[in-house]
Design a protein around this ligand. Structure first.
Ligand SMILES: [Zn+2]
Length: 267
């Protein structure tokens, strides 16, 4: 009986977390507001506080038809999308990992990657507070998993991954900048890659993250330039691609790596 309710509870939990992530996404890059003040959510257009019944994930957006009750300003579709993505990814992680510490690690990772990706796409920054939170949270849960498995090597690979992730992307940034003769990557991307190393491990996970993010970044960048959305000179944030690749590796890294080894004839 309980088994039916677990996915429902995780979905509701994901929607609630997604709603909180929306607050983070709006407030962290802005200096005039903080996470806890003002306490109530407000309409960015008319600054009126949003009442609790208008602040239910997804549902309120549908009932209000995407408009503020007070000033009728359009509410960004990003809000329900972030809530849906959080709930969907949480549920996906549950079916993948079950109720384990690895599941907890995945939830923390998703809760950080989503705001990092959206804030980088909107503001071209990856806030240090998210990286720092991730490093602390990730380290604690990784220690817990290593303890549970009685496996020091697990902890060690994650620490190696943290250092290697930062160093490898720093090298890519230096070489890329030299070849392209412009800044190829920001400091935020380097820190995000260190976070990826902590949550995913070093080899082959980090290599896959670099391959998938570079590939998807190149495809999307080309499409944006051809369609005229971006010019050749305008910067395209790399954070969303690093985050997307990290989720892919988190869920299917093992399988994709085995497929690759088979493909090149190593196995
Ligand atoms: Zn309003």
């Amino acid at each position: 009986m309980l088994e039916i309710w677990i996915p429902v509870l995780i979905t509701l939990f994901g929607l609630a977390v997604g709603s909180f992530l929306n607050v983070c996404i709006y407030r962290i890059p802005r200096t005039d507001v903080s996470i806890h003040s003002p306490r109530r959510s407000f309409c960015p257009e008319c600054s009126n506080p949003i009442s609790a019944y208008d602040n239910i994930p997804i549902l309120s957006y549908l009932i209000l038809r995407g408009k503020c009750r007070q000033c009728r300003a359009t509410i960004s579709v990003l809000y329900p999308l972030v809530e849906l993505a959080t709930a969907g990814l949480f549920l996906g992680m549950y079916y993948h990992f079950g109720l384990t510490l690895e599941f907890l690690l995945a939830l923390a990772f998703i809760g950080l990657l989503l705001p990092i990706a959206v804030i980088d796409a909107q503001h071209y920054i990856i806030p240090n507070v998210l990286i720092a939170t991730g490093l602390v949270l990730g380290f604690v849960i990784v220690c817990g998993i290593a303890y549970q498995r009685a496996d020091v090597w697990y902890l060690l690979t994650r620490l190696i991954g943290t250092v290697a992730g930062g160093m490898v992307l720093w090298l890519v940034a230096v070489i890329g900048s030299a070849i392209l003769r412009k800044k190829a990557m920001g400091g935020g991307d380097i820190k995000l890659m260190a976070l990826n190393g902590l949550f995913l491990g070093a080899w082959p996970e980090l290599a896959m993250v670099i391959a998938f993010s570079a590939l998807s970044g190149a495809v999307v960048g080309t499409v944006l330039i051809i369609s005229g959305v971006k010019s050749r000179q305008s910067p395209i944030p790399y954070g969303p691609f690093l985050a997307g690749a990290a989720v892919l590796v988190l869920l299917w890294g093992d399988r994709l790596w085995r497929m690759y080894l088979q493909f090149v004839g190593w196995n």
